[in-house]
Design a protein around this ligand. Sequence first.
Ligand code: P6P
Length: 295
Amino acid sequence: MAEAITLEKYLKINDKELAGLIMRIGKIAERISKELPYRRGKANTQNVFGETQLVADKWADEFIIKELRKSGLVKTMISEEQEDVVCLNDKGVFNVTLDPLDGSSNIESNNLVGTIFGIYKKDLPTKGKHQIGAVYILYGPVMTLVYATKNGVNEFLYAGKEFVLKEKNIKLPEPGKLYGIGGLRKDWFPKFRKYIKELEIQGYKLRYGGSFVGDFNQVLHYGGIFAYPSLVGKPIGKLRLFAESNPMAFIIKQAGGASTNGKYSILDINPESINQRTPTYIGNKKLINNLKKIL
Ligand code: P6P
């Protein structure tokens, strides 16, 4: 049996510039996965979006900020749980966006949760197309880490003491098989509802688990589309541009797919505020291009 390729070895050969930061993210993920069984329940605070924070949200956010500050690698950070840009190290070379615990409403029901990082060299805020990397971790059933750079998308599996390569240079299967859409069906705009009905007639299967990381990961492996669309009464949708949509838009592009806010690539959105949301449609290029024509 071929020797397992560790995350450290793979990074040193393929993505040396980001090796230190992504290795540190791997260590952070190990600790968070160990803490999740004990960090449960609601904190008595709200985040900038007015959402009740969970103990795990706050702890993960504070832990990640502390660890990245210690690394000396990160200059500033935009976190979903923080109102303003956080300064970490003047000498840091990277600027990072963070969703510390994506899908944390799934904790109670032990469904998928994850952490999402966007990595920039340019100062934040800036367009998502300036990302040089993006990473997400899924904390179960088996912990996996997916990272993307201009060299492609790679997935690693945590095998008890370190991350080992599971799949390298992942490309979206074509055609896709799945669709997962957030919001209430009655609040989808009619044109979008018609588009989804078409996919159902073509045999696309519904997969929706309530966490962007988990639902995105299914589309990455099986192809199809995930969306948290513009909704009647909430045209901007729900997902945060910096903490959620930009990193995933970067990853899907490196996997041969595409994203849109309904008009153009999410990576081209000119940010107005660090906490802004965006309608998010992401998946196979053909599906996204057809959708843009309809919307
Ligand atoms: P709903 C999690 O709170 C999140 O931001 C994304 O991870 C997920 O895709 C979405 O919200 C789920 O929203 O409305 O289905 O609970």
